[in-house]
Design a binder for this molecule. Structure first.
Ligand SMILES: Nc1nc2c(ncn2[C@@H]2O[C@H](COP(=O)(O)OP(=O)(O)O)[C@@H](O)[C@H]2O)c(=O)[nH]1
Ligand SMILES: [Mg+2]
Length: 354
């Protein structure tokens, strides 16, 4: 009997899933937590890799492959330093990704691990010719000392990955909640959003699907993902709440295309759906933005709207890397290779002291 070969175009309907053709790499503390949550929610994504310097990040993970980069001897002073420590583990990472045509990289930026290692994973994916999609969680506005590392890493990943999806921690959740609870809830939200957009297999739902999402983010512009929650019957308000976050992160007029997934009750009608989603082009883009949508009609508690929009040439995070902004004046002066970045990072102490 001939073995069935799963093609990328089978997604999301292939059964059971994609095996090692699609890899999800969780990097650093936030990245590992979000990837682990996604692995619990997704029935289709099967190949998870966890990469961190901190054994806490991977100790409780039971499924998937793990690389623990040792930083015990020297500590870790910067993302560049962590990248150096990870150098000897690159062959292992390469081996883990050897069958993968698409690599999702999930990281929170601003610390040393995610910021140091996400660009490295993107570079590995690129060098083997895989498509890489980075899902990058940006630090809170109050985490000022983390902004510089986050800004540098964002630029590096953007240069190396096929597509970048930015998530702003500041815009993800109400602020009046204990931090520990809020991180867990945020990670759940991010995992839910990715799972629903990429393709879910539950009853009463249809998804935009992995192929379209990958095509969508393949561009030089940033993609941004925001989420809104409302009471069950308030579909339009949930969409508007999610849409309202964009103006804090990007110039909304630059939106060229958006994907919307609504998780709501079974009784939603086509009229409700078009009224809710139709309002979006008044908030994003200049009236002609393309919109595609998916629907999960099996919620009994709240309506959640997930919006991913693309076409943004800049985000508020571009100013997190002020040296890059300054160097843009001198064309050709930008670093060509990742590990030139000590030049910038060594300036961090001066910046932080300001
Ligand atoms: N959404 C979310 N963000 C987190 C979480 N943990 C940390 N962050 C954010 O991610 C950024 C990087 O932190 P962390 O992942 O701990 O750093 P790393 O382990 O050195 O990569 C921080 O600035 C936080 O804003 C988390 O569990 N969920
Ligand atoms: Mg950490």
């Amino acid at each position: 009997m001939s073995e069935k070969i799963t093609k990328l175009t089978d997604f999301p309907y292939s059964n059971p899933g994609y095996g090692r053709k699609v890899a999800v790499v969780g990097v650093g503390s936030a990245g590992c937590k979000i990837a682990a949550q996604l692995s619990k929610e997704s029935k289709l994504l099967e190949h998870f890799v966890y990469l961190s310097c901190d054994d806490h990040d991977i100790a409780t993970i039971t499924k998937g492959e793990k690389i623990l980069v040792s930083a015990t001897a020297t500590g870790k002073s910067s993302p560049t330093h962590v990248r150096g420590l990870a150098h000897e583990r690159i062959p292992e990472l390469r081996q883990m990704l050897s069958d993968s045509d698409i690599v999702f990289i999930i990281a929170g930026l601003g610390g040393c691990d995610g910021s140091g290692l996400a660009p490295l994973v993107a570079r590995e994916a690129r060098s083997k010719g895989a498509v890489s999609v980075a899902v990058l969680v940006m630090p809170y506005i109050f985490e000022k000392p983390k902004h510089f590392f986050a800004g540098v890493a964002l630029r590096q990943v953007r240069d190396l990955a096929t597509g970048v999806i930015v998530i702003d921690n500041d815009e993800l959740l109400a602020q009046d909640m204990p931090v520990i609870d809020s991180y867990a809830l945020m990670n759940q939200k991010i995992a839910l959003a990715l799972n629903k957009l990429l393709g879910s297999t539950e009853q009463h739902e249809f998804s935009i699907g992995l192929n379209k999402v990958v095509e969508f983010v393949k561009s030089n512009s940033y993609s941004v993902m925001c989420v809104g929650d409302c009471q069950l019957s308030e579909y339009k308000q949930a969409v508007m709440e999610a849409a309202g976050h964009f103006s804090k992160i990007v110039d909304t007029s630059q939106a060229s295309h958006s994907l919307v997934h609504l998780c709501t009750e079974k009784s939603i009608t086509m009229k409700d759906l078009s009224a809710s989603i139709g309002g979006l082009s008044g908030v994003l883009g200049t009236g002609s933005m393309q919109i595609e949508f998916g629907l999960s009609a099996n919620s009994t508690t709240t309506t959640t709207a997930i919006i991913m929009a693309t076409g943004f040439r800049t985000t508020k995070f571009d100013s997190y890397d002020p040296i890059d902004a300054a160097l843009k004046v001198f064309a050709g002066n930008l670093e060509q290779d990742l590990d030139d970045s000590p030049r910038y990072e060594s300036l961090l102490s001066d910046l932080e002291a300001e």
